[in-house]
Design a protein around this ligand. Structure first.
Ligand SMILES: Nc1ncnc2c1ncn2[C@@H]1O[C@H](COP(=O)(O)OP(=O)(O)OP(=O)(O)O)[C@@H](O)[C@H]1O
Ligand SMILES: [Mg+2]
Length: 236
């Protein structure tokens, strides 16, 4: 198993946000967690990244328990996150933002290689590489945030609500890119989304989260035809 999360409980003070969630990802899988506002999606991703500690439970990455390991160590192990509301460094240029995402700082040659690949995937970033990130549009910042997570060639990419604030055409493009990264580059992706249609459409499997508990799981396309999922998450 590539990633295994067992019996995860997370609390903020007295409020339990995640109440005993179990899930797994095989290597090379693209898996979604869908759920309404406040269901606990961001909490779960932040826990896998090591940004917040669980109250209970275990996170196992490539056979190694990482539950107590800090986020920068997890980054070194190949886990990267595209955080909710694309956090980029506003006072750094596009290029500098990408540089900060590259933790193998001595490996300059690899950086240039990855950079030209990412500039091909996100041409707008090439055109604006010298521009301050704060002056990018929301959608452009979203692309920068994804590129920043990808620059170090991660093994597991955690993607939090990447469609937020993007126009429909760009949502399609970003999901197409994620699908390509998964299919052509074998990148394992855990996708958290409110845009259930777009995420289920590119996923192999999915989990449905309701107030901190996983209520449904299975093949993503089967879930898309599940009447309950259709009514609650797909709006028909
Ligand atoms: N720092 C915090 N302090 C207190 N409560 C929090 C904190 N962060 C999240 N919560 C609560 O935990 C629950 C889960 O939040 P979380 O952000 O994980 O939901 P989500 O599924 O990502 O929602 P959304 O779709 O709106 O992003 C919510 O009820 C939220 O109010
Ligand atoms: Mg969230």
């Amino acid at each position: 198993m590539f990633l295994e999360v067992k019996g995860l409980h997370v609390s903020y003070g007295d409020i339990e946000a995640v109440s005993g969630v179990d899930f797994y990802l095989e290597k090379g899988e693209l898996v979604s967690i869908i759920g309404a506002n406040g269901a606990g999606k961001t909490t779960i991703l932040n826990c896998v990244m090591g940004i917040i500690p669980p109250k209970e439970g275990a996170i196992i990455f490539k056979g190694k328990e990482i539950t107590g390991i800090p986020d920068f160590e997890r980054a070194r192990m190949g886990i990267r996150i595209v955080p909710e509301r694309s956090r980029v460094f506003p006072r750094l240029t596009v290029y500098e933002n990408l540089l900060t995402g590259f933790y193998r700082i001595r490996d300059r040659e690899k950086f240039s290689e990855r950079l030209s690949w990412l500039y091909e995937v996100f041409p707008v970033l090439r055109n604006r590489q010298g521009q301050l990130a704060s002056t990018l549009s929301g959608g452009e910042q979203q692309q920068l945030s994804i590129a920043r997570a990808l620059i170090s060639n991660p093994e597991l990419l955690l993607v939090d609500e990447v469609s937020m604030g993007l126009m429909p055409k760009l949502v399609d493009q970003v999901f197409e890119i994620l699908k390509r990264l998964n299919e052509e580059h074998g990148l394992t992706i855990l996708l958290v989304e409110q845009n259930a249609y777009a995420s289920l459409n590119i996923s192999k499997r999915a989990y449905v989260l309701e107030t901190g508990t996983c209520v449904l799981e299975g093949d993503a396309h089967e879930l898309m035809s599940n009447p309950e999922v259709k009514e609650v998450y797909l709006g028909n």
